[in-house]
Design a protein around this ligand. Structure first.
Ligand code: ADP
Ligand code: MG
Length: 278
């Protein structure tokens, strides 16, 4: 059953932050599962050679499993390489393996090197009725992340509630603006999700206030708490939503998915109202 609104057209979201360990993969996986469990159709593209999103979604990522590498380097189509995740119906994954670690260098001298993912994704979306595409980016601003930013409509930036939380955000914004002016004029930093929040510490509250001060429009009200269940789930090839549905982490990722989906529904409704009244 559909319990969240479908966006008026597919929403392609790059989950990016060039800092490692801030919760990009955890967010792509659990938000994706949250949206799929609400009846929406979701494709997660693993753009990180570590392949953590792939394994967390129960897809085997042995060497030789074709996926994002073949799409970027050999220009193979996405459709035959995407796999259904055993997590939940309606969720597909384009897997990544360590093979992808060579792609940043291999892409350096090919034609259309920044647009390879966008070209493949546009082609895939012509024949697949998808609501959300989530691109799980690696912790760098190289050509893999650039491909994700060129393919995306919007950026979801997870920020860890820790010291130096905003470190690197300036460089990410600079990269987003460069991609926007050269390749993808509609790209915007749309959403910030605070991760690994600890309500008992003053630091967590201070970091949230600091980020809200700069990004009041973008920051979701829902914060993801630090929770052992969240970090355990991937080792079982599961999201926390099916591994421990009643845990604080599962509850907050379901809420984040709802907030994320509804914010957009309002925006697209306003846009169509404006279009209708003009
Ligand atoms: P990134 O993709 O940005 O490198 P990950 O999503 O892999 O970050 O998260 C880094 C580590 O932190 C992982 O071991 C993950 O399981 C853990 N982690 C992420 N979010 C949480 C959370 N809310 N509570 C506890 N551990 C978390
Ligand atoms: Mg990751």
């Amino acid at each position: 059953p559909l319990t969240l609104p479908r966006p008026s057209s597919v929403r392609v979201v790059a989950v990016a932050n060039q800092k490692g360990g801030v919760g990009k993969t955890t967010t792509a996986v659990n938000l994706g599962v949250g949206l799929a469990m609400s009846g929406l159709r979701v494709l997660i593209v693993d753009v990180d050679p570590q392949g953590n999103a792939t394994t967390a979604l129960g897809i085997d990522h042995d060497l030789g499993t074709p996926g994002t590498y073949e799409v970027l380097i050999d220009e193979e189509p996405i459709s035959p390489l995407a796999r259904m995740s055993p997590e939940t119906p309606g969720l597909e994954v384009l897997p990544a393996t360590i093979d992808l670690s060579g792609a940043d260098l291999q892409l350096a001298n090919v034609r259309q090197r920044e647009r390879r993912l966008k070209t493949a994704l546009d082609d895939y979306l012509k024949s697949h009725d998808i609501d959300y595409v989530l691109l799980d980016c690696p912790p760098s601003l190289g050509l893999l992340t650039i491909n994700a930013l060129v393919a995306a409509d919007e950026v979801l930036l997870p920020i860890q509630c820790e010291y130096y939380a905003l470190e690197g955000v300036t460089q990410l914004m600079r990269t987003v603006n460069a991609v926007k002016s050269s390749f993808n004029s509609k790209l915007q930093l749309a959403t910030i999700l605070m991760t690994m929040y600890d309500a008992r510490t003053r630091l967590s509250k201070e970091v949230v206030d600091e980020v809200r001060g700069q990004f009041s429009q973008e920051m979701l009200e829902t914060k993801i708490p630090r929770s052992v269940r969240v970090s355990e789930a991937p080792s079982y090839g599961r999201s926390v939503l099916t591994y421990e549905p009643s845990s604080a982490g599962a509850v907050s990722y379901r809420e984040a998915a709802a907030e994320f989906a509804k914010l957009h529904a309002t925006a697209s409704k306003e846009a169509s109202n404006r279009a209708g009244s003009s």
